[in-house]
Design a protein around this ligand. Structure first.
Ligand code: HPA
Length: 279
């Protein structure tokens, strides 16, 4: 059963039907590009482009650095769907809206999803510019995208024991190393934002077992797992988390680091698509 709100607005099925008419059968792999991962587009042969604003029901991103286009592309030898830009909970969207695009991908027939993001490094060994493949997450957003009526055909309670697919995650890690990135593994803790954390919060999150902190990805992972997709995710450690280095945090620092690492991050995704597609 759907809520009246879900029933009256165009749902992911409708968005998927709109896209299916225009693109035909969808690739099985999709990528969501967070801050700093757009340079992968320089390796992509883009076949079709859809502004989020032209897809029925798609939420439109507002923040700088998140363009808002769905791309049908070839990455190396692998056909992919790319979501260039995402909407965040802190923009004021409900988690239904934040996860709309992922549910659309699932309705289109996507089976594997790679999520990328920018995050603050909590683990003392992490340096700015490192990349972390997510082994697990802590949902500290105070909300869950599955709250409310069960989505048609889905279950009420879903298992997240292995939210991030081991094989995909390993491939992502290896692809990052091949691209020349300093790769790490760890637990990502998601906050709602948009304020950055206090040093006391970061000390607390470290004690909870978090290696990095960010404001996205977790709702998308939960919705994707609800839809039965395999998920892997990677964070660009754009800054040391609050209190882990001298001085204040800024969005500018996040964007500057993301710019510096973007070229290699793009290569990582290219290598991943090629390696993962070849089996
Ligand atoms: N905290 C939360 N989100 C972030 C950070 C951070 O330090 N860096 C990039 N996204």
């Amino acid at each position: 059963m759907q809520t009246p709100e879900k029933a009256s607005a165009p749902g992911p099925e409708l968005a998927a039907a709109h896209l299916r008419e225009r693109i035909g059968p969808a690739p099985s792999l999709a990528l969501v590009l967070g801050s700093g991962f757009a340079p992968v587009l320089s390796h992509a042969r883009i076949q079709q482009r859809f502004d989020y604003s032209e897809i029925p029901g798609f939420p439109v991103a507002t923040i700088t650095g998140h363009a808002g286009q769905l791309l049908v592309a070839q990455l190396g030898s692998r056909p992919v769907l790319i979501l260039s830009g995402r909407v965040h909970y802190y923009e004021g969207h409900s988690l239904d809206r934040v996860t709309f695009a992922v549910r659309t991908l699932a309705a289109l027939g996507v089976r594997q999803l790679v999520l990328t993001n920018a995050a603050g490094g909590i683990c003392p060994e992490f340096a700015k510019g490192d990349f972390m493949v997510l082994t697990d997450h802590i949902n500290f957003m105070g909300a869950n995208p599955l709250r409310g009526p069960v989505w048609p055909g889905r279950e009420r309670f879903i298992d997240l024991t292995q939210a991030y697919d081991l094989e995909m995650s390993e491939r992502l890690f290896q692809s990052g190393e091949k691209a020349g990135l300093k790769m790490r593994r760890g637990v990502y803790l998601a906050v709602s934002g948009p304020s950055y954390e206090t040093p006391a919060e970061i000390r607390a999150f470290a004690r909870l077992g978090a290696a990095a902190v960010g404001m996205s990805t977790v709702p998308e992972t939960i919705a994707a797992r609800d839809c039965g997709l395999k998920v892997a995710a990677v964070s660009c450690i754009t800054n040391l988390a609050a209190g882990r280095s001298e001085g204040p945090l800024s969005h500018q620092e996040v964007m500057d680091t993301a710019d510096l690492t973007g070229r290699l991050a793009g290569k990582m995704l290219l290598y991943f698509a090629e390696a993962y597609g070849s089996e």
